[in-house]
Design a protein around this ligand. Structure first.
Ligand SMILES: Cc1cc2nc3c(=O)[nH]c(=O)nc-3n(C[C@H](O)[C@H](O)[C@H](O)COP(=O)(O)OP(=O)(O)OC[C@H]3O[C@@H](n4cnc5c(N)ncnc54)[C@H](O)[C@@H]3O)c2cc1C
Length: 381
């Protein structure tokens, strides 16, 4: 064995960086392996949205913990998360959606989420650029917003490094080593490393890393596109992160322009991150329908990334029964960036104390699938 470490983490995205930071806070010196560059995976392709408007207790609690952390990010990490507390606005166009929105607001309020129900008239009064004649209503929480995924990842990594964590970039993990049901280390392009704690935070690549150990992780990659417009002053800065539930269109302001995405739930799973421009046509159509002034906007560029999606759209977080010392942090289904502060804190508590106190993550264990204890998160974008 070449080197021994307190903990080894596969994946230098926002999740791996947050876990490293939280372990380092508690005195461990973890080593993170990133096959490319820090934050260059799906983290760097994310829209950076942060919201507490979910439909299950565990997701709401992960969000509330994380939003409170984003609010004091500079104090904790000495760096700016670029957190813009502009709110999240969900638009409902069908009676079914509207009924669902009303139910979920009542549920969210039970956990202290500050969220309002708005009429179409109120939407028009506040955001006159939105077409609202077909709206049944909307929900809005002004504590939500967005932040910089790359900035947050680098801040976690720098704070972790200051406390002794090591980030090995352009270092690929080839395999996880285990003996008699206990994890022993990693085979990497830099040689072998040993530890009795290994965390896999490798996004969509996680299933193939753990399969040789006989572990089947139900995570499937789905491609998601984002596009940027050129500077677009016709829509003011400070607008919320807006989701049109009817079409799946979502958009927000980004450095003077607009960032737009749209979920096409008929897309088959793929590892391809090539941009499919056929997709842009559908997005533009949905955008012009909701925001007629977008007719004047010019698309600047687009990119695609992958959602590591689970069958119930909840992350898989925690130990695996098959191999002692092996932990998973995967399957974020499109909301891993916003949950990264809570995920790092919860997983470090699980590793060091045997249980997570900051947020109870029992509902996210891998065992839920075999036990049939699966509850679906339905408010996914
Ligand atoms: C278009 C798009 C929009 C999104 N919008 C939002 C949003 O608004 N809000 C939100 O919360 N989330 C959003 N997400 C989801 C969010 O980006 C992810 O949930 C989050 O980034 C997950 O972080 P991660 O660290 O698990 O994954 P990643 O950032 O993918 O990191 C995993 C890392 O592991 C590395 N790796 C893989 N295999 C190996 C190996 N064998 N050896 C070494 N390294 C390896 C990869 O290179 C990668 O860097 C979006 C995602 C996409 C694609």
């Amino acid at each position: 064995m070449r080197e021994r470490a307190d903990a080894l983490i596969i994946g230098g995205g926002v999740i791996g960086a947050s876990i490293a930071y939280n372990l380092a806070l508690r005195g461990l010196k973890p080593v993170v392996f990133e096959r490319s560059l820090l934050g260059s995976g799906n983290t760097g392709r994310s829209a950076g949205g942060i919201r507490a408007q979910f439909t299950t207790e565990v997701n709401i609690r992960l969000s509330l913990y994380s939003i409170a952390f984003f609010e004091r990010f500079r104090e904790a990490l000495g760096a700016d998360a670029e957190f813009h507390r502009v709110g999240y606005l969900f638009l409902a166009t069908t009676p079914e959606h509207w009924k669902h929105f009303q139910d979920r607001v009542a549920f969210q309020r039970r956990f202290g989420v500050q969220v309002s129900l708005l009429t179409a008239k109120e939407v028009t009064a506040r955001w006159p650029f939105l077409r609202a004649d077909d709206l049944r209503g909307a929900t809005f929480s002004d504590r939500d917003g967005f932040a910089g995924p790359y900035e947050v990842t680098v801040a976690f990594a720098n704070a972790a490094k200051q406390r002794g964590a090591v980030f090995q970039e352009q270092a690929e993990v080839g395999g996880i080593m285990a003996e008699r049901g206990v994890v022993t280390g990693l085979r990497t392009s830099l040689g072998d490393f040993s530890s009795n704690v290994v965390v896999v935070a490798a996004g969509p690549e996680t299933p193939e890393l753990v399969r040789p150990l006989g572990i089947e992780v139900p995570v499937v990659p789905y491609r998601r596109h984002l596009y940027m417009t050129e500077t677009f002053p016709d829509i003011p800065d400070g607008i919320p992160f807006i989701i049109d539930s009817g079409t799946g269109l979502y958009f927000r302001k980004e450095t003077g322009g607009l960032m737009l995405g749209m979920v096409d739930k008929t897309d088959p799973p793929t590892f391809s991150m090539n941009v499919d421009d056929g997709y842009l046509e559908k997005l533009v159509e949905a955008a012009l329908m909701r925001v007629p002034v977008m007719e004047k906007a010019n698309i600047l560029n687009g990119w695609a990334g992958l959602y590591d999606t689970t069958p119930d759209h909840h992350a898989i977080l925690g130990r695996v029964d098959e191999v002692r010392g092996l932990y998973l942090a995967v399957g974020f289904s499109g909301h891993g960036f916003m949950h990264s502060p809570a995920v790092g804190a919860a997983l470090s508590e699980l590793i060091l104390d045997g249980a997570s106190r900051c947020v109870n993550i029992d509902a996210l264990s891998m065992n839920r699938f075999a036990a049939g204890a699966v509850v679906e998160e339905t408010n996914v974008i």
